[in-house]
Design a protein around this ligand. Structure first.
Ligand code: FES
Length: 110
């Protein structure tokens, strides 16, 4: 006799989470679904977006690396504020996230 197959192995299923309904954030003008309590980085990853910053030297792409607020690779501009660690910021309904280039203060360049 075969045992019934368990449901899909998703992060939410593994921890038996039952999040509320998704809301929407915006990333570079694109609507992105996010779950309550989900970080901005996790919401972007869930949509296959893995880079949302470029380095100061060379303009190389970066995204989440450590996921715990230590590496600062996941910086982005969130609601107009540059240098926000997206792995630590919960995605709030209506948040506007934009790719950050360089140090995030291009408006101060002279
Ligand atoms: S991924 Fe390392 S600080 Fe956010």
């Amino acid at each position: 006799m075969r045992r019934p197959r368990p449901g899909p192995r998703t992060p939410a299923a593994l921890v038996a989470a039952t999040p509320g309904p998704a809301h929407t954030i915006e990333f570079d003008g694109r609507a992105i679904p996010a779950l309550p309590g989900q970080s901005i980085a996790a919401a972007l990853w869930a949509q296959g977006i893995v880079a949302w910053r470029t380095t100061r030297v060379g303009g190389r792409p970066r995204g989440a690396f450590c996921g715990i607020g230590a590496c600062y690779d996941c910086l982005a501009t969130v609601n107009g504020r540059p240098n926000q660690r997206t792995c630590l910021l919960p995605a709030a309904p209506g948040d506007t996230v934009t790719t950050q280039e360089g140090h995030g203060h291009a408006e101060l360049a002279v």
